[in-house]
Write a protein that binds this ligand. Structure first.
Ligand code: NDP
Length: 263
């Protein structure tokens, strides 16, 4: 675990000089690369201090943290394997300990799984469900102890939870569909405390997990209405909206940011 210090100059995205998430603290799981890195940077642009977890990419995590610091926010990079419940709890405790508060949790870290159901081993099922389902649950559980009025939980699901357009997604789609239940149930449970819980379903997005020049890229974006991959920044924009004040009356919602994959 390492910490990157506080800078001084602040970006402004609102005309009165106060940024939307000014002074708030966000935790983004899997913030070292891809969508999570874009979300971490976007929330920092909005004024948040940002902690991000990673599994095994300390250099990438530190690079994101350094960019956040350069924006004048504080950043904390935490190594925490989402599959390890103790690491999850320790990560949230580290954030609360460092910043003294937590306002936004983004449950982004996830692993892919593609293949016929007959080829999936029990170990693969356990691993995917541990990272994609149990970890978001445990992160939300630990974060809920710290979130107050105006708190936000944003999950990252998948277009595959909405429309299984091609075979081979049984495990991944199962894991991502589970987040719908978690989102709705937590929205109901945490609503009385003024905390919103929402879920973003990205379509095919150009990352290490799913490169836009990969073997199946054309096949995948053929299912979208816009006929192209999305960018991590396009998903981050949606997360920033849900994390911000403008979404204060939005909870239990699922937002497709998928170029029309689900239609
Ligand atoms: P990447 O593989 O590009 O990045 C994954 C990130 O999650 C990395 O920061 C990685 O950390 C982290 N991570 C992976 N496993 C663990 C773990 N066990 N513990 C902690 N951190 C972990 O993926 P994407 O950015 O593409 O995906 C982000 C989310 O978006 C995932 O939930 C994915 O399912 C979802 N999604 C992605 C789509 C796409 O087309 N790209 C489409 C729909 C949904 P490290 O760098 O240390 O490995």
């Amino acid at each position: 675990m390492s910490e990157t210090g506080t800078g001084s100059s602040k970006e402004t995205t609102m005309t009165n000089g106060v940024t939307a998430l000014d002074g708030k603290v966000a935790l983004v799981t899997g913030g070292s690369r891809g969508i999570g890195a874009a979300v971490a940077l976007r929330l920092a642009e909005e004024g948040a201090h940002v902690a991000l977890t990673h599994q095994g990419s300390p250099e990438a995590a530190e690079a994101v943290a350094a960019k956040i610091t350069a924006m004048g926010r504080s950043a904390l990079a935490v190594r925490a394997d989402s599959a390890d419940p103790e690491a999850v709890r320790a990560a949230v405790a580290a954030v609360a300990g460092r910043f003294g508060r937590l306002d936004v949790l983004v449950n982004n870290a996830g692993v892919g799984a593609v293949g016929p159901i007959g080829e999936m081993t029990a170990d693969q099922v356990d691993r995917v469900l541990a990272v994609n389902v149990r970890a978001p649950y445990l992160y939300a559980q630990a974060a809920a102890e710290h979130l107050g009025e105006g708190g936000r939980i944003v999950g990252i699901g998948s277009c595959m939870a909405r429309r299984t357009a091609f075979p081979g997604s049984s495990l991944y789609a199962t894991s991502k569909a589970a987040l719908s239940g978690l989102t709705k149930a937590l929205a109901r449970e945490l609503g009385p405390r003024g905390i919103t819980v929402n879920l973003v379903h990205p379509g095919p997005v150009d990352t290490d997990m799913n490169p836009a020049d990969g073997e199946s890229a054309a096949f995948q974006h053929g299912f979208t209405a816009l006929g192209r991959f999305g960018t991590p920044a396009e998903v981050a924009d949606a997360v920033a909206y849900l994390a911000g004040e403008g979404a204060r009356y939005v909870t239990g919602a699922e937002l497709d940011v998928d170029g029309g994959f689900a239609v």
